[in-house]
Write a protein that binds this ligand. Structure first.
Ligand code: SF4
Length: 462
């Protein structure tokens, strides 16, 4: 049995889940699960055949020796770039030995491995477009566990998106650690884009690469596959938002007007210590530029509070950034130091846990206050909503997401425009519907179902 590890960056998180999503918690879950599986393995009788326990992903790469020593019941360890080696690892495990491959690769993108959609009810899907990261933010373990940045070829991504479209998937989120620095140099038959792709006022610690197909080219091609399929992307870095990406988002009806721009801190001092490659001023200029190009855009962000040597003044700067921007969604974390990172070697994790906790609570409070105002502005508007299913709180209600990725809840009633035919036609998962918004909170919108709709012929909001 192989327990797939949870990745820290690949979750779709609601604003209602503003709990610090700490890696320790995820890893503790795995340690607990390993204990359970170890007990199952011990108790297994011969007629059931052997049980093999494997750990896949970042935790396998990060804690390889510790896992092998601490959990003798583990048979297989496979790092994030070693999945192709699983058949060999399994055959080694069959001989009764522990098998491990946690080597990182410079070129593995799993481009030719088509994922299989296991949930037939799902209306949305993630498509991995690149792996790894070259940025080396001082707090981050990703460059060490996922390796250098490499992009999956465009043709392979398009193939997967077409397959998902034929299966009825209505929303695809392009996924990667740093999606908008995507660069496919294998597709040289396509025209290359050599213009600088860095946002104004941003810098990188590595030399920008030239030639090949950039994120804007990929976004253009992916959004042309199916006009009834919404396209989102996460997680981008603020440094890679040239105007041409913003133009395309504005012009293309099925690219959601929703952008995640992880700020991490509102203090220049902390941003420098984090090595983020921008100042608060450059970040705010980018926000303004995005809003000028894409009126009504929804913005979300990530923040880390209590980073090494963060003062009260730094913290106040972060609170004021949250107020200045007014995000629709934010993922807020208390800093937790990781071994191997630059911060671990060079900086001191000196903000006491109770101070981190208090600062996090203050961030959450300010975020919610602002999000409430942002959502309140949608009351009275008509939103185009992709229906996801029955609301968790009531079987009499449906829920879905609007273009800005805010949850919208509405009564599951027959659709008015079809009632004259005598049919009791109702909205179903995968349908686009128009919903008149009647109330809001910091986390969701509520409204009245108006009609079924098409993505290509409906404005996202009116
Ligand atoms: Fe980590 Fe920074 Fe890369 Fe994001 S951009 S994955 S935070 S190193």
């Amino acid at each position: 049995m192989i327990q797939k590890l949870p990745g820290p960056y690949y979750r779709r998180v609601d604003t209602s889940e503003l709990i610090p999503l700490q890696r320790e918690k995820a890893e503790q879950t795995i340690w607990n699960r390993l204990k359970q599986l170890g007990n199952m393995k011990r108790k297994r009788c011969k007629s059931q055949g052997p049980l093999r326990i494997g750990i896949l992903g970042c935790m396998a790469e990060r804690l390889k020796e510790e896992i092998l020593q601490r959990e003798k019941m583990v048979d297989i360890l496979a790092g994030p770039d070693a999945y192709r080696d699983l058949p060999r690892l399994l055959s080694v495990a069959e001989t009764g030995q522990q098998a491990a491959n946690v080597l990182l690769s410079l070129d593995e993108t799993y481009a030719d491995v088509m994922p299989v959609q296991t949930s037939s009810n799902s209306v949305s899907s993630f498509v991995s477009i690149m792996r790894g990261c070259n940025n080396m933010c001082t707090y981050c373990i990703v460059p060490f566990t996922r390796g250098r940045e490499r992009s999956r070829p465009v043709h392979s991504i398009l193939e997967e998106v077409k397959m998902l479209s034929s299966q009825g998937i209505k929303e695809v989120t392009l996924l990667g650690q740093n999606v908008n620095s995507y660069l496919d140099t294998s597709s040289l038959q396509f025209p290359t884009t050599n213009a600088s792709h860095l946002s104004r006022g941003f810098s990188t610690i590595y030399k920008p690469r030239e030639g090949g197909l950039r994120f804007v080219d990929l976004l253009d091609q992916v959004s042309s596959v199916d006009p009834e399929m919404r396209i989102r992307f996460t997680s981008p870095h603020p440094k890679d938002f040239p105007d041409e990406v913003l133009h395309l988002i504005r012009e293309r009806h099925n690219i959601c007007k929703q952008i995640h721009i992880p700020a991490q801190s509102g203090s220049d001092r902390v941003l420098e210590a984090m090595r983020r490659g921008y100042t608060r001023g450059a970040y705010l200029d980018l926000v303004q530029n995005i809003r000028e190009h894409i009126p009504g855009v929804s913005l979300s962000s990530d923040f880390i509070t209590g980073f090494c040597q963060e003062t009260e003044e730094d913290h106040q700067q972060t609170l004021s950034l949250l107020r200045d921007v007014s995000y629709n969604a934010a993922f807020l974390f208390a800093y937790s130091m990781r071994k191997k990172t630059r911060a671990f070697h060079r900086l001191k994790d000196d903000v006491p846990p109770e101070v981190k906790k208090r600062r996090l609570e203050e961030l959450i409070a300010v975020f919610r206050e602002e999000a409430e105002k942002v959502n309140q502005r949608d009351v009275g508007s008509t939103q185009l909503v992709l229906v996801e299913g029955v609301s968790k709180r009531s079987s009499l209600e449906l829920c879905g997401r609007n273009d800005g990725n805010t949850k919208v809840i509405f009564p599951d009633v027959p659709i008015a425009s079809n009632s004259s035919l005598g049919d009791d036609i109702r909205a179903r998962p995968g349908d686009y519907v128009l919903v008149k918004i009647t109330s809001s909170s910091s986390q969701s919108l509520r409204g009245r179902l108006l009609d079924l709709a098409k993505l290509q012929s409906s404005p996202a909001i009116s």
